[in-house]
Design a protein around this ligand. Structure first.
Ligand SMILES: [Zn+2]
Ligand SMILES: [Zn+2]
Length: 448
């Protein structure tokens, strides 16, 4: 079409006319090229407005004794346009094919929304997000339009589908769209029109106390059969019947109807170490929960009633994923109580000697090679500071001492020296074969 027929059009309108002359587009795909103009409209309405405006232009050309080419081209696909064409005795021939760009996929929006509804009917959620995987062909066609006509005020196809399906789904459920941390994400894969639901995990924060020795923090699978069950583990698959993880996650999984639970602790104590005081912070992640609104208070009471003599939970409450990093990165100092094999009675070590050695350790940075009892590969030497020391008590057989350290110190080795692998140590300073007989964590210095 010669340029003088378009010269009296504004730049965006000329672009729209160029696109329509060149390609057959649906109102969504036409309007989307103007998605950033006139906020508050959907692209389908933008497309219709453009056609109606261009039709007025075509009408003007007709009055100027031009042929009805522009009028017939732009009069299609809107009610006003088609009505107007008929009044002029022109048959508004409907488009023979689907939209060049999207092949008519916007007809499927309701169906996608219905299918998401169906697939999420047994899941409880308050927020959601819709995502779309485009096919390479769609991506390429969208790029063609943008390369040929510019993308200065265009919205992307993906974002329009996400929003339009989201709007439709939102009307059917009691939930709202959320971009940051939606409860669930529905992905429309345009390759095969399939829909995948990602049900995001929920998180609970709390602190646990362990009043007895011999319970590991997390499930400890049998090293021989790795959970299958064998002679070594009496067919149990695990070395310990109980774990902090299992005790806390079991009722949470039951109430949320989640698939699996992951335990994230703010560090961990050895199996033979008690966890006392204000307890150790943890976050439990429940994957694929069906219920999100559960009575966490009641669950906490249930755990404490059933297991309180061994495992006790405090401050159980809903939280979010960020809390995992927060409790790990806090690197909370810990206060320990240790029973050591230094006999006061036999004058092996006097209280003064012990106190002097403890005070020598206070404020010192201890260098520790990975102890042999830790099965992991040796890492580079750890440096941890001892913050406080004291003698708490003594019996005829033992002293009870207190040590407060930075996070991640091997406390048993600070006492024994671990054959010179930890320096300095209590054993080294006293020049005696000192060992830690019992260890308890008295406090994890972390504030919510
Ligand atoms: Zn289209
Ligand atoms: Zn086994």
């Amino acid at each position: 079409m010669e340029n003088d027929k378009k010269n009296d059009l504004s730049r965006p309108a000329r672009k729209a006319l160029d696109i329509l002359i060149d390609k057959q587009l649906c109102n969504h795909c036409l309007g989307r090229q103007y998605g950033l103009l006139l906020s508050g409209l959907d692209n389908k309405t933008r497309g219709k407005i453009l056609r109606n405006y261009l039709m007025m232009h075509g009408d003007l050309k007709l009055m100027e004794n031009d042929n009805p080419e522009i009028l017939t081209l732009t009069g299609k696909n809107t009610e006003i346009g088609e009505k107007s064409l008929k009044r002029r005795g022109i048959d508004p021939k409907p488009d023979k094919h689907d939209c060049w760009l999207c092949s008519g996929l916007f007809k499927n929006l309701d169906r996608y929304a219905d299918e998401i509804k169906e697939k999420t009917s047994d899941i409880e959620f308050n927020t959601f997000l819709v995502g779309t995987k485009l096919t390479p062909k769609l991506i390429q066609k969208e790029e063609t339009i943008w390369t040929e006509y510019g993308a200065d005020y265009a919205e992307s196809l993906k974002s329009e589908i996400n929003r339009e399906v989201g709007k439709r789904f939102e009307k059917q459920v009691d939930a709202v769209v959320e971009f940051e941390t939606p409860d669930l994400v529905a992905i429309i894969n345009l390759k095969d029109s399939s829909i995948e639901i990602n049900n995001n995990p929920i998180f609970f924060y709390g602190r646990y106390r362990k009043h007895v020795r011999g319970i590991p923090q997390t499930e400890w699978y049998c090293p021989v059969c790795r959970g299958e069950g064998c002679m070594r583990c009496d067919g149990e698959g695990r070395l310990y019947e109980e774990s902090i993880e299992k005790t806390i996650s079991k009722p949470l999984l039951r109430e949320t109807e989640g698939k699996t639970a992951v335990f994230h602790g703010a560090g961990r104590e050895d199996v033979d170490v008690k966890m006392l005081g204000n307890g150790r912070p943890f976050v439990i992640e429940i994957k694929e929960p069906k219920n999100r609104e559960i009575d966490h208070q009641e669950i906490m009471e249930e755990i404490n009633n059933k297991h309180g003599d061994k495992i006790e939970v405090k401050k159980l409450q809903p939280t979010n994923r960020n809390k995992i990093e927060e409790i790990k990165e806090a690197r909370a100092p810990k206060t320990y109580r240790a029973k050591i094999n230094a006999k006061p009675n036999e004058n092996q070590i006097t209280q003064e000697q012990l106190m002097k050695a403890l005070k020598q350790l206070e404020g010192k940075t201890i260098e520790q090679e990975t102890p042999r009892r830790i099965s992991r590969r040796p890492e580079k030497t750890r440096k941890r500071k001892i913050l406080e020391t004291d003698i708490l008590d003594k019996t005829n057989e033992h002293y009870i001492i207190k040590i407060k350290t930075e996070a991640g110190a091997y406390v048993k080795e600070i006492i024994s020296g671990d054959n010179g692998k930890t320096k300095p140590s209590l054993a080294e300073l006293l020049n005696k074969d000192i060992k830690c007989l019992e260890l308890d964590v008295l406090n994890v210095h972390y504030t919510e």
